[in-house]
Design a protein. Structure first.
Length: 206
């Protein structure tokens, strides 16, 4: 998944380069860390740490507005859950990775303000790697058994986010961003599931 994500980020940079020569703007490289919410049926734990890497380009669209394209790669920390029964237990872990392509806009709060707002939206690919193990004890035969298995699923959906930031210098800023995700999945009764992230991070413009 990350192999395809790197190709997508490179494609954005290559496609933006000729346009950058004809319009004022900035490339940007950013990183975000925080908490993620992944709503999965049957899993009690649904929050974990998350990291996100972003790369893109914004064109100047007005005195205080920039619009652009972006690509991002993200990862959610391992989610786990254990269910105990009188004759055994089930243990599951889920690892989630994300790759996204989309558009973004940045709005400066006036000519002399260091504060800005940012909005983003696009398509996202979500991959979940699941590992399940179970133990069973038969009291009649005094016999214990153990089984385990792994699998993965990949879903495509959309994302939208908004945040606020502060320019420390003309080329470096910090920000806080809230993102929401919706994925299509036929395994769920309503055909979809959702999640979200709340992160803080930094961005370098060049």
């Amino acid at each position: 998944m990350f192999k395809h994500g790197r190709v997508a980020l490179l494609a954005i940079a290559i496609s933006a380069a000729p346009l950058a020569a004809h319009a004022q703007g900035d490339f940007f490289l950013g990183g975000q860390v925080g908490r993620a919410r992944v709503n999965i049926d049957g899993l009690n734990q649904n929050t974990a740490s998350t990291q996100l890497l972003e790369l893109g380009y914004r064109w100047q669209a007005g005195p205080y507005v920039q619009v652009g394209v972006e690509g991002s790669l993200g990862k959610v920390g391992t989610l786990s859950d254990t269910a105990y029964y009188y004759d055994g237990a089930n243990y599951a872990t889920v690892e989630t990775t994300l790759a996204a392509l989309g558009a973004n806009a940045r709005f400066q709060f006036g000519p002399n303000s260091h504060f800005f707002a940012v909005v983003r939206a696009g398509v996202v690919r979500n991959k979940q790697d699941v590992h399940v193990a179970s133990t069973y004890y038969d009291p009649y035969s005094n016999h214990s058994s153990y089984a385990e298995g792994s699998g993965s699923s990949t879903d495509v959906g959309g994302y939208a986010g908004a945040g606020i930031g502060y320019d420390i210098t003309s080329s470096f800023n910090i920000s806080a961003v809230l993102n929401e995700y919706v994925f299509a999945n036929s395994d769920y009764s309503d055909g979809s599931y959702n999640g979200g992230t709340l992160t803080v991070g930094a961005e370098l413009r060049f």
